[in-house]
Design a protein around this ligand. Structure first.
Ligand code: FAD
Length: 606
């Protein structure tokens, strides 16, 4: 294989979602040469789909809010195995990142006196999500893109990175191909920032865009970096379930934040049946109080529909299993009922939740101002990811950084809604800043051309197999998604997950022989064959970590260990490639938390 065209950057960012754009802006502000690569067109990254808002303790709507309350909420939501330092930095810095976004042109919804409006969301004690209707991600991407485009960042769109290049134990660059033409390019860089998003496409029912194939997780793992907390997948309680073609599409938590209620087929608000002890003091015990909370009454407690996502998802599953579900295997989410409270309810719903109104009208022929929606859990987010230093975002490989959904730590066992967009801004900025610092202090290392050539050969294998009738990669991907959904889904058991490991072995063997037809230009079959390698790696990491965590916590629920086990609160599960090439997991103790942070958590428990 001849060595492909080569480009050089100081900092190379992989991914143009919120995290990648924010990292690229910060690195270029530090005066280094920045390249930005993305699989889709600029502006189309998954972040654009984010709906409900960005969490930041601005205290615009409730002046009792502060970074301390946000920190305590995040730790409680993550069930105390979060990286406390990341949770602290995130809570402290998110308000500045949101204000900065506003200064760069983001047009948030407003309070009557002209400040950034904030809405209620699950697990957040006070209204905390700055938002733009239910299209916050679009505004975030638009603003970062508008701002970033003038900063001299070189953008390489529709380009898939297939391998990280490591020289002498340091990140030296990447190799990948143009998705339209199929031509390979090598990028040599002083530092690489991974901002590749999530892994939802490992499951059959998901809210994630086509890009969420865990590329960054898998690239980092294959290069020798560590992953952490991979067992923690967030199944968002409310995805569309009908018609089948739209299964999994997200129904924002903003619906519940605006007063939407969950009902079973008997019309009962079942969320009042099971309020966890840790949240009892902060949760309404009657419907009237819950409604008052959503309307801004500071003396009311939040309705149980706004408990954390893991809990709400399990309550929905319980109703369905008990035969009290909706006709298509979910429950009802009703916002139309607020007509009993607001005379202008129809206009109000359309103004507050415009995308939801259109989504159900266009895709399901349901008018949400008049009738309830049918919803059920959907694979939404991965709390696990590349293990990074809390302050700098550098992984265990020098010069390799990660930010956003592909990195891990801040969320622990469960992410609170809205904490991802703020995570992207806070830690995207930090990754940009510290990667630029790294390149100033360390000379760039050259790429290993043999490594690059090997990566190209491996990427082109599906064409060789295609000539001898190799199996269609789509079929293998569909089998993988079905298997992960059934065996490593919302409710897990040891025997099913051991079965999943065996299945992963045979799926991997099939994937190694997957074949594609035709040539490299615009060849989606080939793209799928490449994605499949990453999906298999992340699926194995999820499964092995989930087997290792013999308890239930946050997004990870085991029927054979249904309770939290305090012993498991003392460590994270770290995954890495062993010297023999096999995947291994180990338990890594959590660092002790400083007493002042412990005190904040205690104070906020009441
Ligand atoms: C429907 C929906 C609504 C949501 N709403 C909210 C919300 O209201 N608030 C909130 O906080 N969170 C929300 N989330 C979660 C949040 O949107 C995501 O966690 C977040 O946007 C991830 O951002 P990111 O920058 O890490 O990655 P992404 O936005 O996923 O971007 C990843 C980038 O990496 C690129 N990439 C990936 N692999 C490769 C590769 N191999 N080579 C080159 N480029 C690659 C992609 O092209 C893309 O540009 C929502 C999620 C969904 C699905």
């Amino acid at each position: 294989m001849t060595v492909p065209e080569s480009l050089e950057y100081d900092v190379l960012v992989i991914g143009a979602g919120g995290a990648g754009l924010r990292a690229a802006i910060e690195a270029s502000a530090a005066g280094v040469k920045v390249g930005l690569i993305c699989k889709s067109l600029l502006g189309k990254a998954h972040t654009v789909m984010a709906e409900g808002g960005v969490a930041a303790a601005l205290a615009n709507v409730d002046d009792r809010d502060s970074w301390k309350v946000h920190f305590a909420d995040t730790m409680r939501g993550g069930q105390y195995i979060n990286n406390w330092r990341m949770a602290e930095l995130h809570a402290k810095e998110a308000p500045d990142r949101v204000r900065e976004l506003e200064a760069w042109g983001a047009v948030f919804d407003r309070t009557p006196d002209g400040r950034i409006l904030q809405r209620n969301f699950g697990g957040h004690r006070y209204p905390r999500l700055a938002h733009v209707g239910d299209r916050t991600g679009l505004e975030l991407i638009r603003t970062l893109q508008d701002y970033g485009i003038h900063r001299g960042i070189d953008v390489h769109m529709e380009f898939t990175v297939v391998s990280l290049l490591i020289s002498g134990g340091r990140a030296a660059g990447v190799i990948g191909y143009e998705r339209d033409r199929g031509r390979f390019k090598v990028f040599n860089a002083g530092a690489v920032v991974l901002a590749t998003g999530g892994t939802g496409r490992a499951y059959k029912i998901t809210s994630n865009s086509w890009e969420g194939t865990g590329d960054g997780h898998a690239l980092a793992y294959q290069a020798g970096a560590e992953l952490v907390d991979m067992e923690f997948i967030q199944f968002h309680p409310t995805g569309m379930i009908w018609p089948p073609s739209v299964q999994g599409i997200l129904v924002t938590e903003g619906v519940r934040g605006e007063g939407g209620v969950l009902l079973n087929k008997e019309g009962r608000r079942f969320m009042f049946d099971d309020i966890p002890e840790a949240y009892r003091n902060q949760t309404a015990d009657n419907e009237e109080e819950g409604w008052r909370y959503t309307q801004g009454d500071k003396n009311a407690r939040r309705p149980p529909e706004l408990l954390t996502r893991d809990h709400v998802a399990r309550c929905i599953m319980r109703e369905v299993k008990a035969g009290r579900g909706s006709p298509h295997g979910g429950v009802f989410l009703d916002i139309a009922w607020i007509r009993k409270k607001l005379s202008n309810s129809e206009a109000h719903i359309k103004r507050k939740l415009p995308s939801m109104y259109h989504q159900f009208k266009e895709l399901g022929d349901i008018d949400i101002t008049k009738e309830p929606m049918e919803v059920g859990p959907t694979t939404h987010y991965i709390m696990g990811g590349i293990r990074v230093d809390s302050d700098t975002q550098m992984s265990s490989i020098p010069g390799l950084f990660a930010a956003g959904e592909c990195a891990a730590g801040i969320n622990g066992a469960n992410r609170l809604g809205g904490n991802s967009l703020s995570d992207l801004l806070v830690f995207g900025k930090r990754a940009g800043e510290y990667s630029a610092k790294f390149v100033r202090e360390n000379a760039r290392v050259p790429v290993d051309q043999a490594q690059a050539a090997q990566a190209v050969d491996a990427a082109l294998k599906p064409f060789d197999h295609g000539q001898s009738g190799g199996e269609n990669p789509y079929a293998i991907q569909a089998a993988l998604q079905e298997m992960m959904q059934n065996l490593v889904g919302i409710v897990r058991t040891e025997s099913e997950m051991q079965h999943a490991l065996q299945e992963l072995g045979s799926l991997r063997a099939r994937a190694e022989k997957a074949g594609v037809q035709g040539h490299r230009e615009y060849n989606p079959g080939w793209h799928t064959a490449i994605d499949l390698r990453n999906l298999l790696t992340v699926s194995e990491a999820i499964t092995r970590s989930a087997i290792e965590r013999k308890e239930s916590r946050g997004g990870h629920f085991r029927e054979d260990y249904p309770d939290r086990n305090p012993e498991f609160a003392a460590f994270n599960i770290v995954t890495r490639k062993a010297s023999g090439g096999q995947m291994e997991t180990r338990r890594v103790p959590l660092p002790p938390m400083p007493s002042e942070l412990k005190q904040i958590i205690e104070e906020q428990k009441s």
